[in-house]
Design a protein around this ligand. Structure first.
Ligand SMILES: Nc1ncnc2c1ncn2[C@@H]1O[C@H](COP(=O)(O)OP(=O)(O)OP(=O)(O)O)[C@@H](O)[C@H]1O
Ligand SMILES: [Mg+2]
Length: 277
């Protein structure tokens, strides 16, 4: 029988400041203790290989957390656990205070408010930019029903708001297939935003982007934080330095260090396994 981990966390006062808890309340989600995501003692193995080992990590509501670590550290696997793609062998994963992610399907987790962006953009290339956002609208209708359906004023406003956020208003009627790689990434982020997620997981978002696109992504993420919680996995240290106030270093499926980027960069163990290479 599992109990809510956050209550225990509060009871012994572990790491509350370290993880930036309690900055704000999250809409519609029970996160009274200020923690949007709690991973505790997560273990995942693939044919005997341990990808995650007793991994524990907490994300505060409205936080922008960067996750760094060498190739194979388990960063993507951790996102797979959070989104229900991979079931942990043991450990607990809670969204807010009450949602047990280990017992929810991928669809249920997405509907509960966790949006994920993979490295490769997955937009509908033949459809216009506008239609891509329209399709991403939170709705019970099937894809074809929603494309044909009249949008309400509120839905149009929401699309306009997202266009402003991702700065693709000029391209709204272009086929998404004609966008640059970076623009496709922004469109996909826009599609995630249409779902109004509370927690966004972004795996190597600036890989393959131009410097200008990377700069805009940094601005974009900073503007999304507080309203949303973000977990960003990135190898680009310049980018991490621009956006992160809090960094977690993963190594061999465990948290090796946590703190400001300057703090973790000064950590001997981090230098040894990762940054000093
Ligand atoms: N489905 C799978 N089957 C077997 N091994 C896997 C599977 N998924 C991941 N692994 C292994 O688990 C380890 C962690 O992989 P993961 O993709 O989580 O690392 P990562 O930190 O995201 O690395 P990168 O920075 O290269 O993206 C790696 O050694 C990888 O080969
Ligand atoms: Mg990865």
């Amino acid at each position: 029988m599992k109990t809510a981990p956050v209550a225990e966390l509060m009871a012994d006062g572990r790491g509350r400041d370290a993880i930036g808890l309690g900055r704000m309340k999250s809409e519609g989600l029970d996160a009274r203790h200020g923690t949007i995501l709690s991973l505790e003692d997560i273990n995942v193995s693939f044919d005997g290989f341990k990808a995650l080992t007793n991994l524990s990590l907490y994300i505060g509501v409205g936080e922008l957390r960067c996750i760094i670590g060498p190739n194979g550290a388990g960063k993507t696997t951790m996102m797979d656990v959070i989104t229900g793609k991979t079931r942990p062998d043991s450990g607990s994963a809670w969204f807010g205070d009450t949602l047990d992610l280990t017992r929810m399907s991928e669809v249920e987790i997405a509907q509960a408010g966790i949006g994920r962006k993979f490295q490769k953009p997955t937009v509908f290339e033949a459809l216009s930019v506008f239609e891509n956002l329209e399709l991403a609208q939170k709705t019970d209708k099937s894809v074809w029903a929603s494309l044909g359906a009249r949008l309400s004023g509120e839905q149009r406003d929401r699309i306009d708001e997202v266009f402003d956020t991702i700065r693709l208003g000029q391209s709204r009627h272009r086929p998404a297939g004609l966008l640059s790689h970076g623009q496709k990434q922004f469109l996909e982020i826009g599609m995630l935003l249409m779902q109004a997620p509370q927690l966004l997981l972004l795996d190597e978002p600036v890989a393959g982007m131009t410097d200008a696109e990377t700069e805009f992504t940094a601005e974009l993420f900073k503007s999304l934080a507080r309203k949303h919680s973000l977990m960003v996995v990135e190898h680009d240290m310049g980018f991490v330095e621009t956006i992160a106030d809090h960094v977690t270093v993963l190594h061999q499926g465990q948290v090796l260090a946590e703190g400001s980027l300057a703090q973790v960069q000064a950590d001997e163990r981090v230098i040894e396994v990762y940054l000093g290479r």
